[in-house]
Design a protein around this ligand. Sequence first.
Ligand SMILES: [Zn+2]
Length: 293
Amino acid sequence: MIRCAFTTVQLHTEIDAVSPTWRVRALRRTEALKNGTQRRITSMWSETKPAFMKLQGPKCPFCEKWLEDQAIEQDVEHFRPKNNVKRWRVPSALSGHGITLSQPATGSEPGYRLLAYHPENYAAACKTCNSVLKRDYFPIGGVRNSAADNVGSCRDEKAYLIFPLGTRDDDPEKLIEFHGLSPQPTKSRGFKRKRALVTIDFFKLDDLDQRKGLIRERASKLEHLYFALKERDSPNSTQMEVNQAQQAITNLTKPTASHVNCLRSFQRLWEMRNAEARQLYEAIAAYLSSGSD
Ligand SMILES: [Zn+2]
């Protein structure tokens, strides 16, 4: 996960380019929900999908998987659920980390109805992250503000999931980094460490059973980066080879490319502890050639 750093103005510009009337209609519907003249939340967010696909690369902002430019591959999702928030249980893998939840003992909670038409509450995500994993969960440690009509007023909720779009939330790369193929929290303690732990587990970013394809894709990208770094730094490379390798490294690690947090983490290791990076690559090469997960 890395930040997709666009401004609110850029987001509005892209949505206006897709549909000049969308934002006005969205505001009207939010007003109607507020004053009670509309009860049902009917879909109009799919119309904004091309704007998010453009801003996001297009890749899934949660797992960094490349999104095919076809409707079946991705959804526009509400980060904060619009109808109901389902009860979430701390997974056993995270017990002992002091993750406390603010939620009723039973049943679900009201969702964030007034954020249903708020584009800063949207992301185009892959089917696994959105439909299989995210669903209507939104674990928090603070006080739920389900009456919020803008995402800025939800700060005190202490959301465990990191939102990677825009610049309102923590920068995911400051909370999560990779050791080889494995995502890890960067902080040794505190709430930000808990956010990283929950986000990694929630989206199964390190799960070889549930996310085989994702982790293989990540490994394959890392292998490309490894050979480009090797070529760039080899004393036997010609100037042209060095330039081409550097171009490949730049392309692989630009913000909108896939699996960038993993690749940037590996590049940092390569620059700082080269022998360790080379050793780590041996294990990744063995994983890739094994043909099993
Ligand atoms: Zn995803």
